[in-house]
Write a protein of this length. Sequence first.
Lengths: 483, 443
Amino acid sequence: METEPKTANELALGDTAYKYGFVTDIESELAPKGLDEDTVRFISAKKDEPDWMLEWRLRAYRHWTTMREPTWQKVNYPPIDYQDAYYYAAPKTKERLNSLDEVDPELLATYEKLGIPLREQEMLAGVAVDAVFDSVSVATTYKGKLEAMGVIFSPISEAVREHPELVRKYLGSVVPYSDNFFATLNAAVFSDGTFAYVPKGVRCPMELSTYFRINATQTGQFERTLIIAEEGSYVSYLEGCTAPMRDENQLHAAVVELVALDDAEIKYSTVQNWYPGDADGRGGIYNFVTKRGACRGRNSKILWTQVETGSAITWKYPSCILQGDGSVGEFYSVAITNNRQQADTGTKMIHIGRNTSSRIISKGISAGHADNTYRGLVRIQPKAEGARNYTRCDSLLIGDACGAHTVPYIETRNASAKVEHEATTSKISEDQLFYCLQRGLPEEEAVSLIVNGFCKEVLQTLPMEFAVEAQKLVGISLEGSVG
Amino acid sequence: MRARTTQSWPTDERLIAAERAAAAGPAWLAETRRQGLRIFRDAGVPHAKIEAWKYTGVNGLVGIGFDPHAPAPEVRIPPPPLAGLEDAYRVVFVNGRFAPLLSELDGLAEGVAVVPLTTAAADPPEAVRAHLGRVLDLDGMPFAALNAAFWTEGCLVTLDDGCTLSRPIHLVSIAAGGDAPTMFAPRTLVVFGRGARATIVESHLGTDGAPTFSNAVSEVVAAEGAVVEHYKQVQGCEADFHVGASAVSLGAGASYDGFALTLGGRLVRNETRVTLASPGAECRINGAYAAFGDSHVDNTTLIDHVAAGATSRETFMGVVGDSARGVFQGKTLVRAHAQKTDGHMLHKALLLSSGAEVDAKPELEIYADDVKCSHGATAGKLDETMLFYLLSRGIPRGQARRLLIEAFLAGALDEIRHANVREALRGALMKSIGDATRDLGCD
């Protein structure tokens, strides 16, 4: 791996573990600070949105003003001042872009530095990327090739204009605008995100990917992703995220909606590496995200994989609503918290249809002064004849000042269902550590190796390119946690 | 709507009366009563938005105008002792009032005292002042707070250092349904001296009649090296409500073996809190339940590992049929510095019919790294292969089902250490399941 020059930020903070902490010096266009109906109108106007979209946003905004921020989650943070943030930040551009050649070279360089070379990716086979920079999508690759197969892969703002019938039909159908405090906020102010539509019978020929980057200061990022897999189709989608190192906390409140129709399959993988804050817990992203997939069709399948290593606070529960008979939901998660990071994450599997099945594999690793909570719900509705769930949550503790918690909710309302749940908590085995050390591995490498082994079941569900990155990340995230 | 119901129960006049009654007693007791009242007033009646009561609604209970002053119907014939426990010392309470004629305390060994709590409170021995109301933290326990404010009678059991009791002490609380709904608040305090050993069995039984609400609190204190066996049987009638809290505090090297068997009642909640505050303490909390009809059975436990090197084991098994509901909320808390903790928790439930529901929340909250903690939970139906095996050997379906249910729950009962109690509770369980499954038309 090439060594990267250290940015001023990295040197100043004296923290070498987070290599994505640089800031791109690019002029931003911001909405006025604060949040009111005018902010919502401003964003909608910026996006050139039809009236129905603005109406929906305003409905969400008005509902949001009546809601209270939830407090049940096991995380602590000072109250967020929602008026002290920018809700829209976009790199200044002259005209609408027609091809990558017109993208600001500064932006392309940013993505290159992040390991997402947008230009080269056009040449290499494999991944189509939608790059979201602060509030807007700056580039989408491979559009032409995908279009030929009928696959729509575009920024959601573009889809609102070009495919209103699809967006109108599905937007908010899985996560309604009134769903929860942060999802409602998102519905009001979401600025961009990814839209993917895979038509009937099409197996999407490449991985679709979105790379989220927060750059501007004092902004929140509110992106919205909507993926629809028509009958018999298949799509694999990846997302990655990074942000500069700053002393302030920035809010990232995204919403992801997935819809799988008959026999369709959606695989959604996340490697979340937002800036986690420094060793004393200063700065970092608040990652408060609502992700939900609806298995609407018969034998449909949704598979979530997440590797959560970043963010000061992670709070998300990628869920599956198993409506269609024979539908399948799977959730694989690795959540690593170090220093003062906090994570409260897990999943919800709602079994509604007959013969639905779900599988949950969660690996939590806690080090330093961090708190890591698995919170999950498995609900078998009365009509879910023959439903089946298997859950396994393992927690690993490194150091005596961290916490690991498991809070499963298991609700069974059908006698023919079979539900199993297992959980364990322990520290790194002394024997394994000794074995590695005795063979000459340095302690940090040994810990990384053991932790990677602990997470293997999850990491191997990731697409190959991501799996390699994730493995490295696991090691990096735990640097400084031993010894 | 709900808010209104909650506020009006118990009525303000009742609370004021309780406050007055509290002031009339000894000063130290008055203070604990006032505190209970204050906590209950602040917390109010629990509802589904309160996490600990998410799965157990009490609107059904609140809706009935329970009267603490309803005269207790007379019970002249002592209840049949649990088969197998005929030799136990017996203390009987009817609707929370001591019934000396039904009790049997002859030949109580030296070093053991069993006295009605009011008698003890009038001239309190040190044990009462030191421990009554001190073991159970009322925070988040609104019903226990209500008990602290309202209890009228209870039982004090003390064992001197080194005292070993071979015969169990059987505390029987009968909820006698009269003409009007009745509520009462039994209170028990058991204090084990150093190295003392004894078996305490609590039976909460119901008789037919108007609904009853038994709001019980038991506190158990075990000094260094004491060996406590504390078993509880709840077998109410269709209209009986029982909300019981047990709090246990263990000294160094003390061991606690608890079991809660629930066989009936409109709503039953057994809430157990064990604090392992000293190294080497060991606790086992187990239980079994069979819920049929409209019954709602809730087992909620908290095992609090404060000291290092303590061990906890927990196994609950339940069978739920008809439109009954089983709830299990278990929490193992390992505080910072409670290193070398070894904890295991298991809940298994069997669903017998389509209207039944089981909700489980086995929880781990861990702040120390050198620990071994795990939990497991399963829910499912009777194993078809096992059923087929029995049918193929000519056993009728109903009997085969009953055999399998019994075998399932027997696994939990095997955890009871005291052989006589184990057999006695097994007998009660088998009879209850036999009755319930016969009603189901299993034969």
